[in-house]
Design a protein around this ligand. Structure first.
Ligand code: NAG
Ligand code: NAG
Ligand code: NAG
Ligand code: NAG
Ligand code: NAG
Ligand code: NAG
Ligand code: NAG
Ligand code: NAG
Ligand code: NAG
Length: 502
């Protein structure tokens, strides 16, 4: 749960449209280069030399073919890597979903893999905005001056948990006493309505987004359209995404876009004086206004209308997965940390550790054997789920823990959106029209846990706790996976690498 994957976090985003389906080819070269988005030079792993990575624009039904070439060369950045397609359902394509040691071995240096992806939602809220393009994508990142390898080594040697140096909006941010890097500018024209796609690329920082003088209307949450919901500010936990509409109906001027960042529950850090979570801004620039920053005083998350996750109403009001009755299977996941063990996280007393043999390979190699949970090691924490069953999971704890004051998001499975039956933001269970998303805050108590619900309709092996969903269906039948020879070579190559290249 706590690996610092900054160096290999890449954004993928589909811009939905309504034209003919097509196969869209992209070539991604992964390289290590010096960048300084907040004015501090460091090496980072980049896709095609850019941070944030390139935008992939798809129409609904398109198939994306992405050739990934690993040319990472910096010894302080993991040399082997993988690309995770967060939020893309990957039906019959679990082998290309990316999580190392769950669905594949990492991609070794100087090697490549071709991956196929498809999916994307339509937008029933389309008449609510005029502009939705690459200029209205807003990414939020916590940014570290040191690489993940170095930070993790210092932390595991007994140091404090690493805290970022700055927060970035798209490609720019600032740290205490650093250079005043020009802020990212989002250009608008008076009178138009804009769909802003807010994406957290964060590994631990949480962001609270607000836009001076402009309320935001949430219309989509992680690929799921919702009834328009107007808020003054909006929290994003790591990996969460929203689309919000703003109307550029204020006087021609520059306005603050604020993304106040909290880490371990605070906007400052006793262990990293560079960090000032209150200093994450971009500029909403009206055509015709002067260039430069707004002259008014800075704004932060405030205003009467606070976002409340339990008030999201899905537009697809077909109700929760499996109907409103009890789920076929229920699980309690209780989160705990162990201070005498590097603050490691435990779920039901088990610390997840990746196996040498990726879960998916293990499943595929058991073609003629009965697959039971004992097939997997204890620390693989793998739970086998039958096909076509409704699963409800209660998440208990994980928030307000004495060692960790921040909320730990749990991306349970890339292959699913789930229903948020009970939200960390309060309210009782909702089994009538719960919101659907794929990244949720844990937290809650034994009496009032966070509850999520999904149906096992996508044979897959997910994350954190691994759910091996319908192992027989993964191997055979209309929904089975079809790995190609390149994928099958990944472990063979990886296992022969010296540790420095892994
Ligand atoms: C950062 O790197 C650039 C070239 O990559 C160099 O010109 C600049 O002086 C460096 N800045 C610092 C503060 O080292
Ligand atoms: C966002 O701001 C509100 C109001 O200050 C606060 O209650 C909430 O905890 C903040 N959320 C995050 C994720 O920082
Ligand atoms: C601007 O647009 C918002 C959202 O449509 C609306 O609530 C608000 O009243 C408008 N303000 C002005 C000054 O027209
Ligand atoms: C920033 O500059 C001020 C004034 O010189 C100094 O007191 C403070 O320690 C500096 N902070 C950091 C993190 O460099
Ligand atoms: C942090 O940023 C805020 C907003 O720009 C600013 O008011 C405050 O002085 C900054 N704090 C430090 C220590 O630089
Ligand atoms: C989950 O925890 C609740 C509250 O302690 C308990 O009533 C319930 O039986 C547990 N469910 C399972 C499946 O263990
Ligand atoms: C916590 O970690 C220590 C050191 O690894 C171990 O001895 C102990 O059993 C762990 N405690 C729990 C509750 O898992
Ligand atoms: C899944 O289960 C439902 C309810 O039991 C049943 O109606 C449906 O036919 C099943 N679907 C598949 C693909 O087995
Ligand atoms: C969020 O809304 C629910 C009603 O769905 C309410 O019970 C809860 O108190 C609200 N949470 C906050 C923090 O206001």
């Amino acid at each position: 749960m706590h690996s610092f994957m900054k160096s290999s976090t890449f954004a993928l985003l589909g811009l939905a449209g309504l034209s003919q389906a097509a196969i869209v080819y992209h070539n991604w070269d992964l390289t290590t280069q010096t960048v300084s988005p907040d004015g501090f030079n460091r090496t980072a792993a980049l896709v095609n030399g850019q941070y944030p990575g390139p935008l992939l624009a798809f129409n609904k039904g398109d198939v994306g073919m992405i050739q990934v070439n690993n040319q990472l060369t910096d010894p302080n950045i993991r040399r082997s890597t993988s690309i995770h397609w967060h939020g893309i359902f990957e039906h019959r394509n679990a082998e290309n979903d990316g999580p190392s040691f769950v669905t594949q071995c990492p991609i070794a240096p100087n090697s490549e893999i071709k991956a196929e992806h498809s999916d994307d939602p339509d937008d029933p809220n389309k008449d609510l905005y005029d502009v939705d393009d690459e200029t209205t994508v807003i990414t939020l990142s916590d940014w570290f001056h040191e690489t993940a390898v170095d930070l993790e080594a210092a932390w595991f040697a007994g140091g404090p948990e690493p805290v970022p140096d700055s927060g970035l909006i798209n490609s720019a941010g600032r740290f205490v006493n650093g250079t005043l890097v020009p802020l990212t500018r989002i250009n608008v024209e008076q009178g138009k309505r804009y769909r802003l796609r807010l994406i957290s690329l964060s590994s631990m920082g949480q962001f609270n987004v607000s836009i001076q003088n402009h309320r935001m209307t949430i219309i989509e949450v992680e690929g799921n359209p919702v009834e328009p919901y107007v808020v003054d500010f909006l929290p994003l936990l790591p990996a969460q995404r929203y689309s919000v509409v703003i109307t550029a109906n204020q006087s021609v001027d520059n306005y603050w876009i604020s993304a106040q960042q909290t880490v371990l529950g605070a906007t400052t850090s006793p262990t990293n004086p560079n960090f000032n979570g209150s200093d994450t801004f971009a500029v909403l620039h009206y055509a015709g206004a002067s260039s430069g920053e707004p002259t008014s005083s800075q704004i932060f998350a405030s205003g009467p209308v606070q976002f409340n996750e339990s008030l999201l109403v899905p537009l697809d009001n077909s109700g929760p997965f499996g109907g409103s009755g009890p789920a076929d299977y229920t699980y309690n996941f209780t989160f705990n940390t162990n201070a005498s063990n590097g603050d490691a996280w435990f779920i039901n007393g088990i610390q997840y550790q990746s196996p040498k043999l990726p879960t998916l390979l293990n499943i595929l190699s058991h073609a003629n054997m009965l697959l039971i949970s004992a097939t997997f090691g204890t620390n693989e924490h793998t739970i086998i789920l039958p096909p076509n069953a409704t699963i409800e999971v209660a998440l208990i704890g994980g928030r307000g823990h004495p060692f960790h004051l921040h909320i730990h998001p749990v991306n349970l499975d890339s292959g699913h959106a789930f229903d948020v039956i009970q939200s960390a933001s309060g309210g009782g269970p909702n089994r009538v029209n719960p919101p659907r998303r794929d990244t949720v805050s844990s937290g809650g108590t034994t009496e009032n846990p966070v509850r999520i619900r999904f149906i096992t309709d996508n044979p897959d092996a997910g994350l954190a706790v691994v759910f091996a969903e319908d192992p027989a269906g993964i191997r055979n039948g209309p929904n089975s996976v079809r790995p190609d020879p390149q994928w099958e070579q990944l472990c063979y190559i990886y296992n022969q690498l010296p540790p420095a290249l892994q």
